[in-house]
Design a protein around this ligand. Structure first.
Ligand code: S6P
Ligand code: ZN
Length: 195
């Protein structure tokens, strides 16, 4: 019997849903307040956060499964609770480089919003709680905001060749932001008026 190439055999690994810690994950990337210069709207609050210790906003890991015929990939994101000014901690957000590459997001722990924007007039906010699964069609830029008091953990399943375009999100921005108003998480048009 001819053996298959090493990568063409199945792979399994373990993940703790509540913490997002697992085996088999590498390529850890961390984003601090200073890496999010154009993402948060309140620039004064952002500079104060950077000078006050430059907090870690989120970190993510990925695992690629490249076989002789396929390129599946997953990423686990650990998004911490907190705010810059009155805007909840969130990811930078990106569009996939390829316009035929969707993604599945699964919220494993925590609550907040998945913000989706075509950067061309269409915007959606999906309320997220533990167990919510969202299909992100290829043409939607995606960003997650954590409005809870605990860490949010989610997994993204996508093709490794999808590519990431951050520049377009930085240039155009999302249509709405998630801020705390009167003690509650609210979606308001971007840029919001400072309270
Ligand atoms: C990849 C997927 C996620 C994000 C991660 C961090 O397509 O959507 O793994 O990379 O959640 O977000 P961002 O916007 O900094 O890449
Ligand atoms: Zn993505």
């Amino acid at each position: 019997m001819t053996r298959l190439p090493e990568n063409d055999y199945p792979t399994s690994f373990d993940l703790d849903f509540l913490t997002g810690q697992g085996t088999h994950l590498d390529n850890k990337l961390q984003r601090r307040a200073s890496d999010m210069q154009s993402a948060f709207y309140d620039q004064q609050a952002l500079q104060e956060a950077i000078q006050g210790g430059d907090p870690l906003i989120y970190e993510f890991y990925n695992a690629k499964f490249l076989t002789s015929t396929s390129d599946m990939s997953i990423a686990i994101t650990r998004l911490f609770p907190g705010k810059i000014g009155d805007e909840y901690y969130m990811t930078k957000g990106h569009l996939h480089e390829r316009n035929d590459q969707p993604e599945m997001y699964i919220c494993l722990a925590g609550s907040g919003y998945l913000l989706l924007d075509t950067l061309d007039g269409e915007f959606r906010a999906e309320a997220w709680q533990t167990g919510t699964i969202t299909h992100i069609p290829a043409i939607w830029a995606h960003r997650v905001a954590n409005t809870g008091t605990e860490i949010m953990v989610y997994i993204g399943v996508y093709h490794a060749t999808a590519g990431h375009n951050y520049a377009l999100v930085e240039e155009k921005g999302f249509a709405q932001v998630v801020v705390e108003r009167q003690g509650k998480a609210c979606l308001v048009p971007h840029p919001p008026t400072l309270e």
